[in-house]
Design a protein around this ligand. Structure first.
Ligand code: ARG
Length: 246
């Protein structure tokens, strides 16, 4: 009937349809988040998320198309169709979840702090940083920024566009501490033993998830089943070990 035909025509399009029709999956991330997404000197994107995104694309038999996007505008980029999915170490937060759908958690992390060697010994726990005499740096629009405001309301909080700029403030003495995700901080501390100290007690709980546009149960179902599959068949562990245990 005409009524039935009308309702079919109005059926929402899944991102899956675009991906298959275009033969590519456009993936948003911000390449400045070690070891999840990084840009090599010769312009390639590498990391834990990148390997998962490439594997996911190959399973869908489409090309992986990287869309490197400023963190601050990454949800708008997804919403306006610049990409099909965000695979970028994004924490599933209630505020973000009001705007996008998240697949199930693919990694659990928490916030920690990197402190400058000059305050090591004075600052022994993240709690000591809630003091007007301290300056804390982090990246704008992140859960690190959210945690900094919540846990260190008395401190001065400086927000930077990229994590690299934010963490540099600690190394060059303009900030006393940098608040960010545990895996990033652990790796950065291992690479900069002389300039920062990692207080590795996580003080938040954050599940990371892949984000897609709302009203897309087909894609969500695909992603959750794909995640179970790679977690059980060794693919996830192989990629994890490559980036976190080497
Ligand atoms: N996990 C944190 C968040 O969700 C930080 C992620 C930052 N990722 C990046 N590519 N810079 O806000």
């Amino acid at each position: 009937s005409a009524v039935f035909a009308g309702s079919l025509a109005n059926a929402a399009t899944s991102a899956i349809d675009n991906i298959l029709a275009n033969g590519e999956m456009k993936v948003c991330f911000e390449a400045g988040y070690i070891p999840f997404e990084m840009k090599t000197k010769d312009g390639r994107f590498i990391g834990f998320d990148i390997d998962i995104a490439k594997h996911m694309s190959s399973v869908m038999e489409v090309k992986f198309t990287p869309v490197n996007t400023a963190w601050d505008g990454i949800i708008p980029a997804l919403q306006t169709g610049k990409c099909d999915i965000i695979i970028g170490g994004m924490a599933i937060t209630p505020q973000r979840n009001l705007k996008v759908m998240f697949a199930d958690t693919y990694l659990e992390i928490g916030q920690t702090v990197l402190i400058s060697s000059s305050v090591a010994g004075t600052v022994n726990s993240f709690r000591d940083l809630n003091d007007a005499k301290y300056t804390i740096s982090t990246q704008i629009g992140t859960t690190g920024a959210q945690a900094a405001k919540k846990f260190f309301p008395k401190a001065k909080i400086d927000l930077y566009e990229t994590s690299a700029d934010a963490v540099l403030q600690v190394a060059n003495g303009k900030a006393d501490a940098f608040v960010y995700d545990m895996p990033y901080n652990a790796l950065y501390a291992a690479q900069h033993k002389d300039s920062v100290v990692h207080l590795d007690q996580a003080f938040t709980y954050e599940p990371l998830g892949w984000a897609i546009r709302q009203d897309d149960p087909n894609f969500l179902n695909f992603l959750n089943n794909y995640l179970v599959q790679i977690k059980k068949d060794g693919t996830y562990d192989r990629i994890y070990d490559k980036w976190f245990n080497s």
